[in-house]
Every structure is written in C-alpha cells, then in structure tokens.
Design a protein around this ligand. Structure first.
Ligand SMILES: [Zn+2]
Length: 113
C-alpha cells in the first residue's frame, strides 16, 4: 500500500493518479499528459511543477469538446464504447498507474507503508 506525502490542489498526487486510473474517459496518462479514451489525442497537462494533474484546463476543455466522448454518451449514436475497447483502456490505465507509482516512488513523492 502507498501513501502520498504532499497535497497539491486538494488531492495529493497519489489520489490524482488513482482518480485517473479509474476514469473511463482516459486511455492512458503520464506526469504531464493525458491521452483521451475517445479520440486518442494526448493532451498536455503541464503547468508549473504539478504532476499527474487531471484538473488542468486543457484536459477539462477537451473532455467537454471531444466529439467521440460526446458520442459515447449519446444513445442514438452508432459510435459507442465497446466492451473490448473499455477493457483495453482499463489495461492501459493500469499500466499508466503502475508507471506513475514507480516514478513517484523513485522521486520521493510516495512512501510505502
Ligand atoms: Zn478526445
């Protein structure tokens, strides 16, 4: 089990990583980028020294404007999220989470307890 040592923007970095790894609109993520599960475009979230920040305005605005994500929520659209795609995204987010935890451990952001 891990515990985050620094709180930034309300949630600490570990909470943000866990939130992103559970977010179905995210395909994968890194310290300064989030790949959209809908269109696959990587959105930069770099700003200052905040790592793994899913509240950056760049990502927030993409989430509301991405046509593919919008179609997923539209019951009359032919473009829906398939179970296979959903599972693929889950695997991909889990890999991002594993990489993030290793990165944060190496950088001293997390302690193992
Ligand atoms: Zn998108």
């Amino acid at each position: 089990m891990y515990t985050g040592t620094r709180a930034l923007s309300g949630r600490n970095v570990l909470q943000r990583v866990e939130d992103m790894s559970a977010n179905p609109t995210i395909r994968s993520f890194g310290p300064y980028a989030i790949a959209c599960a809908g269109c696959g475009v990587a959105i930069s979230t770099r700003r200052g020294a905040v790592l793994y920040d899913d509240c950056r305005d760049t990502w927030e605005s993409h989430k509301t404007t991405c046509g593919v994500l919008r179609d997923w929520n539209n019951p009359t659209s032919a473009r829906t999220l398939t179970a296979a795609k959903r599972a693929e995204h889950e695997r991909s987010r889990k890999a991002s989470r594993d990489e993030a935890l290793a990165h944060l451990m190496a950088e001293g952001y997390l302690e193992r307890v």
